[in-house]
Design a protein around this ligand. Structure first.
Ligand code: SF4
Length: 383
């Protein structure tokens, strides 16, 4: 394997003249500007941005690729909001077509993993008008009492914004309550595209970009780690993507609380934006690579394989990605309902390891906050 520095030298020789300053900055480990980020989207070929991003990934992680053993709980898909890209939710008046899990049903899901070596439960769903802060505090307390070592990650900023407003609490008060009930970190959903020009067209009625960032910033200040996403490949421009990532980069400078960045591909199955074509695989990989280059203060870039498909996710490991999320165990419907390749998303640990080894990388099981739990060997019998 070529060292990152050697590969940057090669890239410098072959780069378009206007892109050479970007290679020089990356080689010197300097931050690129928003204008340079835009230039990468406009002029950077897949080979070019991929090689640059791969050099950064190698510098940060060597050949290690992370995953965790997790499962999801989706309390409901009933939602008061009407995001145009959403294939998953059902309005309250049509709730009979959706699902609404009670506490015991959700605890049964947790109990079904009693003998499995999972380390995290990921809880997200629609914004149900009758599932409130007290309900979720009780859920967290009960899960924690049943399995204290399980990391509890849950609730998008969209769910939290509604929960806290309904409880007449500030964001800090609400987050403190959830944290006291056992919540340890937040996932990154609900970010979509922050810029109002886009947000007003795809999800006008939910928390705005500033609110999303404020909830995550508040969580960081309370010592909670969170993730960040970007829903790309619909009506947004390259400038909107750069603006989105710049807002995240600024908050990360302030708090350092983001664990990872997860670009999410827009899927057009069965929603109000079905007429919008999906992005190509080339565009997907370019987006991952440019995110890796632009977000110099994010240590990890994750490909969420149930949305991207396991083969493109595997390919993304050469385009800046160093994390493949988790085993998931067929416990999420968010993307399968939008027509993603993975209709029953579940990978055994062995399958995940095989996928990573086949890409020439080393699988490493991590916990939610990226502590390494186990580095796998190629001939290891995987439990
Ligand atoms: S994306 Fe989330 S907030 Fe929007 S309608 Fe779907 S479930 Fe509700």
């Amino acid at each position: 394997m070529q060292s990152p520095d050697a590969s940057f030298d090669v890239l410098l020789e072959s780069a378009l003249p206007e892109l050479r300053p970007i290679v020089e900055k990356v080689a010197r480990q300097e931050r690129i500007t928003e204008a340079e980020g835009l230039l990468l989207f406009e002029k950077g070929s897949l080979g070019f941005v991929g090689a640059l991003a791969d050099g950064i990934r190698q510098r940060l992680h060597g050949n290690k690729v992370y995953f965790n053993r997790n499962f999801h709980i989706e309390p409901t898909n009933v939602c008061i909001y009407t995001c145009n890209f959403c294939s998953y939710s059902r309005q309250y008046k049509h709730r009979d077509d959706g699902w609404e899990l009670g506490l015991e049903q959700m605890l049964d899901i947790v109990r079904s993993f009693d003998n499995k070596p999972v380390t995290e439960v990921h809880i997200v769903g629609g914004v149900h008008p009758k599932m409130n802060l007290e309900f979720f505090c009780e859920l967290l307390q009960k899960i924690h009492a049943h399995r204290p070592e399980l990391h509890l990650k849950g609730f998008t900023a969209v769910e939290l914004d509604y929960m806290f407003r309904k409880a007449h609490l500030t964001r800090e008060e609400g987050l403190r309550k959830l944290r006291d009930a056992g919540l340890q970190s937040l996932p990154g959903g609900g970010a979509e595209i922050f810029h109002p020009e886009v947000r007003e067209q795809i999800c006008a009625d939910k928390v705005d970009g500033a609110g999303w960032l404020d909830i995550h910033g508040t969580a960081h200040k309370l010592g909670m780690h969170t993730n960040a996403t970007m829903l790309y490949g619909h009506i947004e421009t390259y400038a909107h993507r750069v603006d989105h990532m710049a807002r995240l980069r600024d908050l990360q400078d302030e708090t350092g609380g983001f664990n990872c960045f997860i670009p999410l591909k827009f899927r057009n199955g069965d929603n109000d934006m079905s007429h919008v074509p999906e992005s190509t695989t080339v565009e997907d990989l370019r987006t991952y690579a440019i995110a890796r280059i632009f977000l110099d203060n994010f240590r990890n870039v994750k490909a969420y394989w149930p949305m991207l498909g396991r083969q493109t996710a595997q390919l993304s490991l050469d385009f800046g990605v160093n994390d493949l999320d988790g085993t998931i165990d067929d416990t999420t419907k968010i993307y399968s309902m939008a027509g993603a390749e993975e209709q029953s998303p579940s990978l055994s640990t062995e399958q995940l390891c095989d996928l990573i080894f086949a890409a020439g990388k080393v699988p490493v099981e991590r916990d939610t906050v990226y502590n390494e739990l186990h580095v796998f060997e190629p001939d290891e019998v995987v439990a």
